[in-house]
Design a protein around this ligand. Sequence first.
Ligand code: CTP
Ligand code: MG
Length: 180
Amino acid sequence: MPDILFEFWRTLYFVISPYAANAFPPLVKGKHPIDFGKNFFDGHRILGDGKTWEGLFGGLAFGTFCGTIAWLFYDELNSIALTNNFSLPYISPFSAFILSLGALLGDLLGSFIKRRFGMQRGAPAPFLDQLDFLAGAFLLGSFVTEISLGIVIWAVPMTLIIHRISNIIGYLLKLKKEPW
Ligand code: CTP
Ligand code: MG
């Protein structure tokens, strides 16, 4: 296997919990906004109706759950990696929880920034929409696990592509109002 693919597999293993944490909220159709419907000083919503408690806690639970499943298979998957002369990043269930939390907080921060620019819920903000959760996961995750530069470099384009594809699918399935 060419070396460049090693980092791809390491990245894929790493992003399981933040991806799961970020993918879950759109499925729960939460009703209780985190900002309790309140406006910020600028007269715009603090976060907006698109950020709910159900999404936050559901995403946290699902991200941690999926990360824990990945952790259960760590030895098996890593031994396959080792026979190819690379190793997978070790993500404990606690680290999976922190990565999920970082992803969800990053997404909240993304919405907070959008609202400050007066953008309505669901208005497209290229790159911010796709990468806010990833940046949050990396930032918070860096406190509990080592994150290689290779993983960051791979994760950004991977996320842009996967985000695009999954949002189109979500839109076609009528899970999302906009295809972004
Ligand atoms: N969602 C949620 N709770 C969260 C995050 C997301 O309930 N903490 C749900 C909402 O139904 C939201 C959908 O997932 O509409 C898609 O999330 P996202 O694209 O991040 O929100 P938008 O509706 O596009 O709002 P924003 O403009 O703030 O990004
Ligand atoms: Mg959005």
